[in-house]
Design a binder for this molecule. Structure first.
Ligand code: UDP
Length: 339
C-alpha cells in the first residue's frame, strides 16, 4: 500500500510511522508543516528505513492533491491537528480552520484521487461531560456533546468523514476516539528502556507529561486540579493508554478496512486512574520526589472518563501490550530524561 501520514512528525503520528516503518513494507509518505512536529523525530524515523517527507500545510489544497497523485496514495492516516483545549476556547477559529476545514480539504483531495481508506484521530472530548457515569465506561453510542471548540472541531470532522463515506462507496474510514494517550516508544537497549521518540510538544498540559517533567527536574512543582470530584479519592479519573498500543490500533485499522466496514472505535484500556494515583506511580517508578500543590478544578474537566473498549477488541482484534500505568510513567520519564 501507499500510505500518507499527516502529522507524522508529531507525537502519535510518529509512533504510527515508526511501527509501519519497522513492521511493514508499505510505502510511507509523511506530510507535516513542522509547526509542532519535530525534525529530530523525522531523523530518528529515517534511521529505521526510508520514507518520503513533504513539509506543507494541509490548507495548500493543490499541493496536497499533487502529493496524493504523485505517490498514488491509497490510505491516509490523518493526525495533523491543533490539540490544546484551553487554546481552542481562546482561539476557536484556529481550531475550526486547522481541524475541521483542513480535514475537509484533505478529504476533498482524497476523493479526487480515489483514496480508499481514511483513518482519523478523534477524541473522547466529543463525549463532553458525561453524566451519571462513575466507574462504567462510555461506549461509542454514548451521546456526543463536546464542551469546547477542540472537541467540536473533531466531531464536525467525524461528520464530514461519515457523510463522504455515505456518498462515495469506495471511501472507507476508521475513526478512533482516543482517551488519555501517554508514554513513549518502548525500546530497550541493553535491558534499559530507551525511547527513541516521545512527546516533544512544547508547553504540554497533560498530566503524565507534566509529572515526568517534575520527576526529571525540569519543573519545580505541579498542581492537582481539584480534589472535590465525585471519585474515590476526589481527584479526576482518566483512562491512560500507552501510545504504542494506540499506534498498533492504527496499523490494525489499515488491514481491517480492506475487508470490513467503516466504523468508529474508542481507544482506551477501559480502566481508570485518579490524578493522585498517577502522581504516586510516577514518584514510585522514578524514585523521585517533587512538590504537588492543590489547585481549584480546571474549567471543563469532567470527573471521570473511561472507555468501554469492547468494540475495538472484538471487531479489530486489538490486544494491548502495555496496559500498565507504571510502564507508561516509566517510558514517559525515560523519554523526558533523554531530551
Ligand atoms: N491534571 C492535573 N494537573 C495537571 C494536569 C492535569 O491535576 O497539571 C488533571 C486534569 O484535571 C484531569 C487529569 O489530570 O483530571 C488528566 O488531564 P490531562 O490534561 O492529562 O488530559 P485530559 O483528560 O484533560 O484530556
Amino acid at each position: 500500500m501507499n500510505i500518507l501520514i499527516t502529522g507524522g512528525a508529531g507525537y502519535i503520528g510518529s509512533h504510527v510511522a515508526k511501527q509501519l516503518l519497522e513492521t511493514s513494507k508499505h510505502n510511507i509518505t509523511i506530510l507535516d508543516n513542522l509547526s509542532t512536529g519535530s525534525a529530530k523525530t523525522l531523523d530518528t524515523l529515517k534511521s529505521i528505513r526510508a520514507f518520503k517527507f513533504v513539509q506543507i500545510d494541509l490548507n495548500a489544497f493543490d499541493t496536497v492533491c499533487e502529493v496524493l497523485k504523485e505517490n498514488n496514495i491509497d490510505t491516509i492516516i490523518h493526525f495533523a491537528a491543533s490539540i490544546v483545549v484551553p487554546e481552542s476556547v481562546e482561539n476557536p477559529l484556529k481550531y475550526y480552520m486547522n481541524n475541521t476545514v483542513n480535514t475537509t480539504n484533505l478529504i476533498r483531495c482524497a476523493v479526487a484521487n480515489d483514496v480508499k481508506r481514511f483513518i482519523f484521530s478523534s477524541t473522547a472530548a466529543v463525549y463532553g461531560e458525561p453524566v451519571n457515569l462513575s466507574e462504567t465506561g462510555i461506549d461509542e453510542s454514548y451521546e456526543t456533546s463536546p464542551i469546547n471548540p477542540y472537541g467540536m472541531s473533531k466531531l464536525m470532522s467525524e461528520r464530514v468523514i461519515q457523510d463522504t463515506a455515505l456518498a462515495y462507496k469506495d471511501f472507507k474510514y476508521v475513526i478512533f476516539r482516543y482517551f488519555n494517550v501517554a508514554g513513549a516508544d518502548i525500546n530497550y537497549i541493553d535491558g534499559k528502556l530507551t525511547p527513541r521518540i516521545g512527546q516533544s510538544f512544547p508547553n504540554a498540559t497533560h498530566l503524565i507529561k507534566i509529572a515526568s517533567e517534575c520527576a526529571v527536574g525540569k519543573r519545580e512543582k505541579m498542581a492537582i486540579f481539584g480534589d472535590d470530584f465525585n471519585t474515590p479519592d476526589g481527584t479526576g479519573v482518566r483512562d491512560y493508554l500507552h501510545v504504542d498500543d494506540l499506534a498498533d490500533a492504527h496499523i490494525k485499522a489499515i488491514d481491517y478496512l480492506v475487508e470490513d466496514d467503516s466504523d468508529i472505535f474508542n481507544a482506551g484500556y477501559g480502566k481508570g486512574y485518579s490524578v493522585k494515583e498517577v502522581i504516586e506511580t510516577m514518584k514510585n517508578v522514578t524514585c523521585k520526589e517533587f512538590q504537588v500543590d492543590m489547585a481549584p478544578r480546571r474549567a471543563g474537566d469532567p470527573a471521570t472518563l473511561i472507555s468501554d473498549n469492547c468494540k475495538i477488541k472484538s471487531k479489530m482484534n486489538w490486544t494491548p501490550k502495555y496496559e500498565d500505568l507504571a510502564l507508561i510513567c516509566e517510558s514517559a520519564y525515560a523519554w523526558e530524561e533523554s531530551v
